[in-house]
Design a protein around this ligand. Structure first.
Ligand code: NAP
Ligand code: MG
Length: 401
């Protein structure tokens, strides 16, 4: 059998623990035997990040920017415990944050829908893609505790000192708390472009939620910017595809999420996205079926990964020589989504077909009851399950046929 030729390279980012173990198997059994591809490998395993003082993460981000397609394995974001465990020189920042800053991208989380796997919300038959504006708001806020009577102000002073805006927020007559936060129009605009381009790629509508009835300047700005970007750049393309953009109040949007069957992108402000992405993941079932795509505003550059982490609890069993039943599906879909993008921008139909083929094999096997333990537990007590290795063998057999 001849391999499919992939002309341009894909940046491959390796990671940690159980995710890394699965990564090796996927690459060896499902990718390399079928593709004649140049993978630009960056090892973001925690030991190598430490060895390179985290330079490898920056290099990986730049390589994705240059080559337009990256696929990433889950990595450890060190906390104090991890610093000790690996004897690290430093508590390095999250690689995902570093790469996101380099690509100036938006993260889209999307569940893989499998008919056989029961969902908490039974009528969610199509995916809900959550896009989180990972910039500003409470994550870059300043807060204070107030211990005495007095006035809290919001104040802006222009660089040339000619403009001064000052508003009284509260006249405290006893203890309290105060908070101030901000956002940048450019970042909101980039976010809007990312979302509209993602919608074009998937051919599904985009909703933005805000509370602009209350925040008539702050949230109203999000609404206005999205509307302007849509009208100026996307409206005609959307109408031609029979899709649309709409703004909705966050409360209304949550009601719609529960009522509707899915099939849309939900552009969320930073905090809403943080909360709703976990809610939607749980609603659809399992972290093992949740994918994550980081995409640049113009839609040209993507980095794909599984939404779950390095699955440390399973790695401990693996270290003790036990076979685990860790779900590799989201990691496999990280590969297929990256290859699909490579195929699309290179106009490589064989590669696109190959990506679709792997995805449909995975879905068919799961629907036939060939699955890992996390999913079997959701199906019911009689559902049998396989180890990770057995499941990957089954997928590989189907691919070879
Ligand atoms: P996690 O690795 O996602 O695992 C949490 C739990 O979810 C697991 O213990 C397991 O439950 C279940 N789970 C997750 N993925 C699964 C899969 N593929 N198959 C089966 N079960 C799965 O999150 P964590 O334990 O909080 O974090 C572990 C490490 O991952 C941390 O060092 C963190 O920094 C890192 N992390 C990285 C990323 C990323 O790179 N994007 C994201 C999140 C976390 P059971 O134990 O009950 O089986
Ligand atoms: Mg969260």
């Amino acid at each position: 059998m001849s391999k499919i030729l992939v002309k341009n390279p894909v940046v491959e980012i390796n990671g940690d623990e159980m995710a890394r173990v699965m990564w090796g198997k996927i690459k060896k059994q499902l990718i390399l035997p079928f593709l004649d591809i140049k993978l630009l490998e960056y090892d973001l395993g925690i030991e190598n990040r430490d060895k390179t003082n985290d330079k490898v993460t920056i290099e990986a981000g730049k390589a994705i920017k240059k080559n337009k397609v990256g696929v990433k394995c889950a990595t450890i974001t060190p906390d104090d415990k991890r610093v000790k465990e690996f004897n690290l020189k430093k508590k390095y920042p999250s690689p995902n944050g570093t790469i996101r800053n380099i690509l100036n991208g938006t993260i889209f989380r999307e569940p893989i829908i499998i008919d056989k796997i029961p969902k908490f919300i039974k009528h969610w038959s199509e995916s809900v893609v959550i896009a989180r504006h990972a910039s500003g708001d409470i994550y870059k806020s300043q807060e204070i505790k107030i211990k005495t009577k007095g006035k809290l102000y919001l104040k802006f002073e222009s660089e040339d000192k000619k403009t001064l805006i000052e508003k009284e927020v509260c006249n405290f007559d006893s203890d309290g708390v105060g908070l101030s936060y901000f956002n940048n129009n450019k970042s909101i605009e980039d976010f809007a472009h990312s979302c509209f381009n993602f919608g074009l790629g998937r051919k599904i509508p985009v909703y933005l939620s805000t509370k602009n009835t209350i925040l008539q300047s702050y949230d109203e700005s999000f609404k206005e910017i999205f509307e302007n970007v849509y009208n100026d750049h996307y409206k005609i393309k959307y109408e031609n595809l029979g899709i649309f953009y709409q703004h909705r109040l966050i409360d209304d949007m949550i009601a719609c999420l529960i009522k509707w069957t899915g099939g849309f992108i939900w552009a969320c402000k930073n905090y809403d996205g943080d909360v709703m992405s976990d809610l939607v993941a749980q609603g659809f079932g399992s972290l093992g079926l949740m994918t994550s795509v980081l995409q640049s505003p113009d839609g040209q550059i993507i980095e794909t990964e599984a939404a779950h982490g390095t699955v440390t609890s399973h790695f401990r069993q693996h270290q003790n020589g036990l076979e685990t039943s860790t779900n590799p599906i989201a990691s496999i879909f990280a590969w297929t989504r990256a290859l699909l993008h490579r195929g699309k921008i290179d106009n490589n139909k064989d590669l696109e077909n190959f990506s679709h083929k792997i995805e449909s094999i995975c879905k068919n096997l799961l629907n036939k009851g060939i699955m890992t333990k996390d999913l079997a537990l959701m199906v019911g007590p009689d559902q049998k399950w396989l180890t990770t290795q057995e499941l990957i063998n089954s997928i590989s057999n189907e691919l070879n046929n």
